[in-house]
Design a protein around this ligand. Sequence first.
Ligand code: NDP
Length: 469
Amino acid sequence: MTQSQIGLIGLGTMGAMLALNIAEKGFPIAVWNRTASVTHGFKAEAGVLAEKITPCETLADLVAAIAKPRAIILMVPAGDPVDEMIADLTPLLDADDLIIDAGNALFHDTDRRAAAAAIKGPHFLGIGVSGGAEGARHGPAIMGGGLRSDWDRVAPILNAIAAKYKGEPCADYMGPAGAGHFVKAVHNGIEYADMQMIAEVYGVMRDGLGMEAQAIAETFKAWNTGPLQSYLIEISGEVAAATDTHSGKPMLDMILDRAGQKGTGRWTVIEAQQLAATIPAIEAAVMARNLSSRLEERLAGEAVFGAAPQKTANVTLAQLEQAMIAGKILCYAQGFALISAASKAFDWPMPLPEIARVWREGCIIRSSMLNDMATALTEDAERNLMLAPFFADHLKATHGALRQVIAAGALSGLPVPALASGLAWFDMMRTGRSTANMIQAQRDFFGAHGFERVDGIADKHGPWAGHGL
Ligand code: NDP
């Protein structure tokens, strides 16, 4: 019997689709799932691809079915299940075999697993996979971290299954150890902010302008033909257009406004704080998801203060589109700046232009802007994206509308936290003389922390709290 070229563990939503994708690209694959009936059902429903799939009853069967040196993908929930699978597989594998964690691992866990693998084997690769079930089946974006030689070993398979942008695979090596999972986390952070900004402009349309769901759908559809062209704008148009089969009402109106999350946005924010990187639009998006889940508290607030008036005549659809363009640039700029900060802090040379290229297709944040971002980062990966001439011109043209939308929101009680955080960051990033002199004075007053003077005089304390009096 021909041996499989790769193995996969975990035939859930993502694993099953990834395995079919691998089989479809011509690679024989052995699969194992904790619940054996799922494995058999998977093979039975694989149609013409079944001949490429070897279902395995035990992990020993799986290991025996794969050609050496083996490569096995884990597609199980992040955390303990990954450690358990590594512990179960290790005694069955050779030192030069390779375990690939393709789930949404916390990158610190990937670092730890890579370090353990370097000591006693088998090899370990952490790859971030984006694109949901559809992406996994027909072409996800793939961000790899670990040893370059391990990436190169499986790159032919990963490149074959990845999404393609004009024929170029949206898969690449991001750097050592946890780099792939770090980039995936930042991808998800940007995704949170992009989704939140879309939800905010949706709120202005629905509550501020009183637009019906169909009109909102048409607006998103129109925006998707311009600079905002992206997967998230496209699906926002589709969900706004959908009708609930139970009530006949717009589907969106029947969905409870309590947003779920699995933690990758939070990880991004925590890591940004550790690195002193500034990603306020992403922080605002995580905050908004957290607050959305506190429905009872929000209802208590409404009972005390009354609902805000919300209707506004102070904003147009054209301004909303411009605000969204500015917001989108700013949230991506923050995400790339975070990756740049991590590159330096962890001494991982993460390739910013390649990251933008990998995100152009297959992943949830794919958008036409990412190609321009790849170009801008290729010109100068050190420069903040908002300073690249192409995006600076866009921001010069759109930040006025962003201000108008935020002002209208503030006056009418329409919350736009991610857009507002993006604008505050933009304004701070363009302010040569900030107000941090006041912070420094306060710190010196109560803690004698000292400050630098603008005139270079060496006196680092003010005439207060016993100094210079
Ligand atoms: P599912 O819940 O659909 O599937 C989980 C799979 O893992 C099942 O095959 C399950 O087996 C198996 N499993 C669960 N616990 C264990 C365990 N302790 N030991 C062994 N196997 C176990 O998850 P998804 O496919 O959605 O997600 C898998 C990974 O991919 C996660 O890390 C997720 O964050 C990530 N991911 C998910 C995306 C998505 O859109 N869903 C997108 C990108 C990444 P059993 O059948 O026995 O329950």
